[in-house]
Design a protein around this ligand. Structure first.
Ligand code: SF4
Ligand SMILES: [Zn+2]
Ligand SMILES: [Zn+2]
Length: 300
């Protein structure tokens, strides 16, 4: 197969674009997809102070490299979850990456915050992912607001987004469907959140890392097994294999035609928000979700 742009030997085939690219042209393609996502959705500008959520995986590192090379003002935040092996590896990859690309990086230790994920897992019988996700969202948001960042950028890719959309549709979850998309505007107590990689698949970010020499963390989290998203991703992968382009048309079709019907909550959910009495994070409950996790841990 020949490169669609320069006719050299193609290294990456992209059936959904009916194209193939050599390594150099693939990087151009990748950058254009990121630029298109930023431009089409007005995600941010050169004036913004951007915090990237750095997990140490391929997506967050690829995103940070792209934004840095495109000249945006970025810094990274890594939340160390204190999970044996995977957290140690993830942290090392983040630090090495940021050193190479001269990106300022901040680390928050969940051990020091008295919220190590393995301790939470010991106390619950269901999967710990939703609590882990809640803790990460809490700290990324809080850090961004407390440190003057105007945007929080995450490495969610097309596979993450379509799996989430699929899951939300299966449950017809109105409030999650209303919030789903590449940008979630800032509101009281919440920083603006963006997903500049939503047009790129996991396969594409993995190829990007391979071609650009980004060394990312492969060590899987021991608690990731059996997550429903993994199953939804495999269903959607089969569909994409049979019908190339189905994922992006599903996602963009939702954004263009359906999201508006779910997004009319007129802040009905938000009007119930008030500061958590323990940590002042916005919550509609008596205390916020993270303070509830803390309370559970201290109760033993
Ligand atoms: S797999 Fe679950 S527990 Fe592990 S890091 Fe991801 S969200 Fe957290
Ligand atoms: Zn080429
Ligand atoms: Zn709280």
């Amino acid at each position: 197969m020949k490169c669609t742009r320069c006719r050299a030997v193609a290294a990456v085939a992209l059936p959904r674009h009916n194209a193939g690219f050599c390594p150099d042209c693939f990087q151009v393609f990748f950058t254009r997809q990121v630029e298109k996502a930023i431009k089409d959705n007005l995600l941010f500008s050169k004036e913004d102070k951007i915090l990237t959520a750095l997990s140490g995986g391929k997506d967050s590192l690829a995103l940070s490299r792209e934004l840095k090379l495109l000249g945006y003002d970025i810094a990274g935040l890594h939340v160390d979850l204190a999970i044996p092996e995977s957290s140690v590896q993830a942290r090392e990859h983040v630090l090495n990456f940021c050193k190479i690309f001269e990106i300022p990086v901040h680390i928050l230790d969940m051990d020091k915050e008295c919220l190590p994920i393995p301790e939470i897992k010991k106390r619950i019988s269901r999967p710990v992912c939703s609590m882990c996700g809640r803790i990460k969202r809490y700290y990324f948001n809080r850090f961004a607001l407390e440190n003057g960042f105007t945007v929080l950028a995450t490495g969610h890719n097309l596979d993450d987004e379509t799996a989430r959309l699929f899951s939300n549709v299966l449950r017809w979850d109105q409030s999650y469907l209303g919030d789903q998309g590449p940008v979630l505007e800032a509101r009281q107590g919440f920083v603006r959140k963006v997903k500049p990689l939503y047009r790129l698949s996991e396969y594409e970010t993995a190829n990007y890392c391979f071609i650009t020499g980004i060394n990312y963390c492969y060590t899987p989290c021991p608690y990731s097994k059996g997550a429903s998203f993994t199953y939804y991703k495999s269903i959607l992968d089969d569909l994409e294999h049979e019908q190339p382009g189905r994922k992006i048309s599903f996602y963009e079709g939702f954004l263009r035609r359906a999201k508006k019907y779910f997004a009319e909550r007129e802040d009905g959910r938000d009007t119930n928000l008030k500061p958590c009495p323990r940590c002042s994070y916005p919550t509609s409950a008596e205390i916020c979700g993270v303070c509830r996790i803390r309370a559970m841990l201290s109760a033993g």
